[in-house]
Design a protein around this ligand. Structure first.
Ligand code: AHR
Length: 516
């Protein structure tokens, strides 16, 4: 009998180690105390003169047979309008600190060529400049976010650009604008004062940049009806000293935001970053660990800012983030073209949940970069065009734009790989102006589903609907042959039980629920 029992036991143990574990979570979604509004500007994007983002991305040749306004590609515009992109950052990035805006205005045939030294050494014909970018923003119904040149520009050059854009009084600059076809000012609000000034933007120390910021910012004037929201160049990842120095040296009334740049590198090494499509579970695990590091970065930079700015006047602007992999084989290494898989979707959704949960301080963010570069939303090949899994995450999460955040209290199950562990589940929730609650879940664990149950005090709801993004493999992508391999599907595994919300979250999935 003992022998049989022990055989039975070891067979059971063997079976349970082969079967997926049952992970369950009990949570409270606090509908009684809505917290800070989740600014829609957390859902911003970035378009640099880099690779095929602008040229052969947004801005195509006259001869390409696609719907266009001037040379702006309208299928891209339509797709981005659908996800309500709130702002678009331009012209860089590193390019921004070598860009001289006067080269990009006036008759296109007369515009000078320059070498794009940062990105592939290619010739830039300046055919896409200020007027073209602002026309793109008008078509997208989005706020422009312009990054001015501190690294190789002058205070006067930046001051004149702002005047050209925003003044309605007669001057040489506004006459020039009118001569170039635009009488009314554009009233650009978001204004970056340099980019990565610790690196490609001039190799400065934090102390030197803080003084430069103050100089440039004084002369970037607020014109009638066009107060600028100035974003100071901020830290790279964990450079907490940069944030400390900026907060100490620049008065909180003199900057709207302070930026932070952080990229998720799958291997964690800038040398061999890892492939966008050929990775194993171990590399997926490291990618997600590196992605979750954003929580620590945002928390620690915010804590430093709190010391100098307890009322949280200055926004933390994460104006470059995303996954950065090796380029697709055979493509120009300077063009940063990478594919986009289910893993990218999970990175995007996890990062957006982190930003939502820090909505009191993080009030602007820009994924790098919109089209054909890094973690893109849209990939193009000639006339062909596809929406990436990351695009679908922004589509799912748009329900959080400008809604009030709800706190979610829960303990996440762990996703283990060898001896290492990370939190398997991340969540954010919000309530919109119509009283509709949205909850976004990411189950990072590729092997186990999670059973979730929550009480939602303070919210009256009767009905739950949902949408999901997932796929058979983490490496699955949308390709030009199969552009809809991954797409949003409706999700039925959520219900009301008593007053609780009960959900079964599939492995490696992004789920967004709506409670009415
Ligand atoms: O997004 C690509 C580059 O990454 C940007 O030009 C730069 O700001 C950052 O280092």
């Amino acid at each position: 009998i003992v022998k049989k029992a022990s055989l039975f036991l070891s067979a059971g143990l063997l079976l349970s180690s082969l079967l997926p574990a049952q992970l369950s979570v009990n949570a409270i979604v606090d509908g009684q105390n809505p917290a800070a509004v989740i600014s829609r500007h957390i859902y911003g994007h970035f378009s640099e003169h880099l690779g095929r983002c602008i040229y052969d991305g947004f801005w195509v040749s006259d001869t390409l047979q696609v719907p266009k306004k001037d040379r702006i590609r309208l299928d891209i515009v339509e797709a981005l309008k659908k996800i309500n992109i709130p702002n678009l950052r331009w012209p860089g990035g590193c390019f921004g600190d070598e860009y001289h805006w006067r080269d990009g205005i006036g008759p296109r045939k007369d515009r000078p060529y320059m070498v794009n030294t940062n990105w592939g050494g290619v010739s830039e014909d300046n055919s896409f400049g200020t007027h073209e970018f602002l026309e793109l923003c008008t078509l997208l119904k989005t706020e422009p976010y312009i990054s001015g040149n501190v690294g190789s520009g002058t205070v006067e050059e930046m001051a004149k650009w702002v005047e050209y854009l925003n003044s309605d009084a007669k001057s040489t600059m506004t006459d020039l604008r009118a001569q170039n076809g635009r009488k009314e000012p554009w009233s650009v609000k978001f204004w970056g004062v340099g980019n990565e000034s610790w690196g490609c933007g001039g190799n400065m120390t934090a102390e030197f940049y803080a003084d430069q910021y103050k100089r440039y910012a004084v002369y970037a004037r607020n014109y009638r009806n066009a107060p600028l929201m100035k974003v100071a160049g901020g830290a790279s990842s964990s450079d907490y000293n940069w944030t400390e120095v900026m907060m100490k040296k620049v008065h909180v009334n003199d900057m709207w935001g302070l930026s932070l740049h952080h990229y998720t590198i799958p291997t964690g090494s800038w040398g061999k970053k890892g492939s966008a499509t050929a990775f194993d579970e171990k590399e997926y695990f490291t990618t997600m660990k590196n992605c979750l590091y954003m929580e620590e970065l945002v928390t620690r930079h915010s804590t430093i800012m709190d010391k100098y700015d307890p009322n949280k006047k200055v926004a933390l602007a994460v104006d470059e983030w995303g996954i950065w992999t090796d380029v697709e084989p055979g493509t120009n290494p300077g063009f940063l073209y990478q594919q986009n898989s289910l893993r990218d979707a999970i990175v995007a959704a996890t990062t957006l949940n982190i930003f939502n949960n820090h909505s009191d301080r993080v009030r602007l963010a820009n994924l790098a970069q919109t089209v054909n570069v890094l973690q893109a939303l849209v990939l193009t090949q000639g006339r062909q065009f596809l929406l990436t899994p990351t695009y679908h995450v922004f589509d799912l999460f748009k329900v959080h734009h400008d809604a009030k955040r709800l706190n979610v209290a829960f303990t996440s199950p762990l996703y283990k790989n060898g001896d290492a562990k990370i939190q398997a589940l991340n969540i954010s929730a919000s309530i919109d102006s119509a009283g509709v609650v949205h909850i976004s879940f990411v189950n990072i664990d590729p092997n186990n589903k999670i059973s979730f149950r929550a009480a939602i005090p303070g919210v009256k709801w009767t009905n739950v609907t949902g949408q999901i993004l997932t796929s058979a493999k983490l490496t699955d992508v949308n390709s030009f042959d199969k552009p809809e391999n991954l797409k949003i599907q409706s999700f039925a595994n959520a219900k009301k039980e008593g007053s609780d919300l009960v959900v079964e979250l599939p492995a490696k999935s992004v789920v967004v629920l709506e409670l009415r």
